[in-house]
Design a protein around this ligand. Structure first.
Ligand code: URA
Length: 196
């Protein structure tokens, strides 16, 4: 099976930085392309940059990011092991939910990032990432912690780490799900470079 990327991550980064396809471009400090290991086994997909991410140009650097870093450790992962991206590359004003037309215009970038990285697992954080990757209307409350597939990718939906900041039961579920992710990663034979 061919897994040749159509575009390199560097080319994609330049395209994202130049994008003015929707009005979110007018309010941004900068785009937030994504960050991490370009050959990662695990691609983590969040929702959209928040204030800190918009200022620093790096995903998950605020409070949710601190939680994500702790959760990754539970799975035996470091940030350098994974690639982290978002459904939207620009911050929605006031951190409102992404709109359908923004998702439609922005997700070709995520699709190309996925092709370029060719991960074994895609971990979707929260409803927006999960619904986009799995093309489902089933909510995260039902799907979290269950192994799914999308094409050749294993998909593991998990609650968004920001949702857990004020909800202890979600944090417990997040920690359990990251433990499961660690087990799944240890069980699955590491795929060879470029293999599907
Ligand atoms: N929440 C997200 O979904 N993505 C980020 O990059 C930061 C917070």
């Amino acid at each position: 099976m061919s897994s040749k990327p159509h575009m390199s991550l560097d080319e994609l980064r330049d395209q994202v930085a130049a994008c003015h396809a929707c009005p979110l471009a007018d309010g941004r400090t900068q785009t937030v392309f994504g960050d991490g290991n370009p050959n990662a086994r695990v691609l983590i997909v969040g929702e959209a940059p928040g204030k800190n991410e918009d200022l620093q140009g790096v995903p998950f650097v605020g409070k949710a990011g601190q939680n994500l870093n702790k959760l990754l450790e539970i799975a035996g992962l470091k940030r350098e092991d994974v690639f982290i991206a978002n459904v939207l590359k620009c911050r929605p004003p006031g951190n409102r939910d992404p709109r359908p037309e923004e998702i439609q215009l922005c997700t070709p970038f995520l699709r190309e990032q996925t092709r370029a990285i060719n991960p074994e697992f895609i971990v979707t954080l929260g409803n927006f990432a999960t619904k986009f990757i799995l093309k489902t209307e089933v909510g995260i409350t039902r799907l979290h912690g269950t192994l799914q597939t999308a094409g050749r990718f294993k998909v593991f939906p998990i609650y968004h780490p920001a949702a857990a900041i004020y909800d202890r039961s979600k944090q417990v579920a997040l920690e359990e799900d990251f433990e499961t992710l660690g087990r799944l990663l240890r069980q699955a034979a590491p795929s060879g470079e470029g293999d599907a």
